[in-house]
Design a protein around this ligand. Structure first.
Ligand SMILES: *[C@@H]1O[C@H](CO)[C@@H](O)[C@H](O)[C@H]1NC(C)=O
Length: 395
C-alpha cells in the first residue's frame, strides 16, 4: 500500500492525495468494520439478491510452457480476466477525485472460479498478489490475475509427428449456480497478442465459449496447437525411411558372401530400436495409435519376410552345388519372369530364345533374387506411400 500511496503522492496534489486516501479508507473501512468484513466478501454484490450477477471472463495467453503427450497434459502461462459490477453503497465517498482504486483481494467479493480440468491444483484461480481494480463511481471491478494453468488434455497422436492437438481450459464459478452468476465472454477467442512463440509447437487457433451443464455455467477456452515437425522428421522419420529402403537391397548381396541373413537380422533389430525411440514420445494408449508405429510394424514384418526368403534362396544356391534337378514349377516360374523381361528389353527375337532356355540353379537363384528385390521394393514403396502420404499431407 505504501508504494501505491507514494505513487498517488507524486502524481496528484496533496489535497487530491488526501481525497484519494479518504476514499481508500472508506472502501477498506466499509469492508473492515467488524460486522461487515466477513459478509461483504461473501454476499454477491447486487442490491437485489434474487437477480443474477453477470461476470465477464476472458483469457490472455502469454506462453505455452509444455505439452506432454505421454502424460496427457498441457501447461500454459496466461491471465484470466474477470469483471463485474460491485453495486454497493458509495454515498460517503468523495467523487471529485480518482475513480479507480486498487483494493486488496481480502476485502472484495470475487467469483471463486476454478479450473475444472486442472491436474495439479484444486484451488480457485488467482492469487492475492493480483488486486482487483475497482471503479468507485460506476462500481465496475476488473481483476486480471496471472495464472499458470496445468490442464488435462487427451492427446491424439494418429498423425504423429505431424499431429495437431486441441486442449481445453474449462472454468466455472464453483460455489455459485447459474441463478446466481451468469458467465459471459469478453471475446470469442483467447487474446494472444502477447503470446511468445514456442519452438516445439505453433499456435493454430483459439476459441472461447460458454455453456450450462447441470446447474452451473462453464467457460470453455480451447487452443489448437500444431507440432513443429522438423526435429522429428530429421531425427526419426528420415532414419526409418532410409532403413526401409535398405532392407530390400539384401537380395543384391552375393549369396556367396554369407552376409545375407546377418544383414537382414541387423535391419530387423534397427527397426526394433527405432520403434522403441518412437514409443518414448507417444502415450501408452491404444486409442488411437500412431500411424508411424503401424508403419514400423509393417516394415518389421517385411524385414522378417525378407529374412525368411533369404534363407530359402540360400538353400537354392546350395542345391546348385549339389547339382540337383530343377523342379518343373520353378522352371516355369523362371521362364515366365524371363519372358517378361525379354519382351521388355529385346522385343521380338526373345520369344524364340526363351523356349530353348537352359534353366539351371544359378539362373533360378539370380532371377529369384531380382524378382524379390523388385517385388519388395515395390511393396515397401507402396506401403510407405500409403502410410506416410496422409502424414505428409497434414504438414
Ligand atoms: C470446448 O470447446 C471445444 C471447441 O469448441 C470443443 O471441442 C469441446 O468439446 C468443448 N468442451 C466441452 C467440455 O464442452
Amino acid at each position: 500500500m505504501a508504494v501505491l500511496y507514494l505513487r498517488f503522492l507524486m502524481i496528484y496534489s496533496t489535497s487530491d492525495y488526501e481525497r484519494v486516501q479518504h476514499n481508500y479508507e472508506k472502501i477498506l473501512g466499509y469492508y473492515d468494520s467488524d460486522d461487515t468484513k466477513k459478509s461483504s466478501t461473501s454476499v454477491i454484490p447486487i442490491p437485489d439478491q434474487t437477480q443474477t450477477l453477470e461476470v465477464t471472463m476472458g483469457m490472455n495467453l502469454y506462453a505455452l510452457s509444455g505439452f506432454d503427450a505421454v502424460a496427457g497434459q498441457i501447461e500454459v502461462v496466461g491471465s484470466i480476466q474477470m469483471s463485474w459490477y460491485n453495486e454497493r453503497d458509495t454515498s460517503n465517498v468523495d467523487t471529485s477525485t480518482l475513480a479507480i482504486y486498487v483494493v486488496p483481494l481480502s476485502v472484495m467479493w470475487t467469483p471463486s472460479v476454478v479450473l475444472v480440468n486442472a491436474i495439479d491444483t484444486v484451488e480457485k484461480v488467482g492469487s492475492s498478489t493480483y488486486r482487483p481494480r475497482y471503479n468507485l463511481y460506476t462500481g465496475f471491478v476488473e481483476w486480471n490475475p496471472r495464472v499458470i494453468l496445468k490442464a488435462a488434455c487427451d492427446p491424439d497422436v494418429t498423425y504423429y509427428p505431424f499431429d495437431r492437438q486441441t486442449c481445453s481450459f474449462i472454468f466455472t464459478p464453483w460455489n455459485y449456480n447459474s441463478q446466481q452468476i451468469n458467465l459471459t465472454l469478453s471475446s470469442s477467442t483467447i487474446d494472444t497478442s502477447q503470446y511468445d512463440l514456442n519452438s516445439a509447437w505453433s499456435l493454430v487457433e483459439t476459441n472461447a465459449e460458454t455453456y450450462i451443464s447441470g446447474e452451473n455455467y462453464y467457460a470453455n477456452f480451447t487452443i489448437s496447437i500444431q507440432r513443429q515437425y522438423m526435429y522429428f522428421t530429421i531425427n526419426l522419420v528420415m532414419p526409418i525411411l532410409l532403413l526401409s529402403t535398405l532392407t530390400g537391397f539384401i537380395f543384391l548381396l552375393p549369396a556367396a558372401s554369407n552376409e545375407r541373413v546377418g544383414f537382414s537380422i541387423t535391419c530387423f533389430l534397427a527397426f526394433v530400436v527405432l520403434l522403441q525411440t518412437v514409443m518414448q514420445f507417444l502415450p501408452e494408449s491404444s486409442l488411437p495409435m500412431s500411424l508411424l508405429s503401424y508403419y514400423i510394424i509393417v516394415m518389421m514384418m517385411f524385414s522378417s519376410a525378407i529374412c525368411l526368403i533369404n534363407i530359402m534362396t540360400l538353400r537354392l544356391y546350395q542345391s546348385a552345388e549339389r547339382d540337383d534337378f530343377v523342379p518343373g514349377f520353378l522352371k516355369t516360374f523362371v521362364q515366365i519372369i524371363q519372358c517378361t523381361i525379354c519382351r521388355k528389353w529385346k522385343k521380338t527375337s526373345a520369344i524364340e530364345d526363351y523356349r530353348d532356355l537352359n534353366v539351371d540353379w544359378a539362373t533360378v537363384g539370380r532371377l529369384l533374387d531380382i524378382f524379390f528385390f523388385i517385388a519388395f521394393l515395390a511393396a515397401q514403396g507402396g506401403f510407405t506411400f500409403l502410410f506416410l502420404l496422409p502424414l505428409g499431407l497434414r504438414s
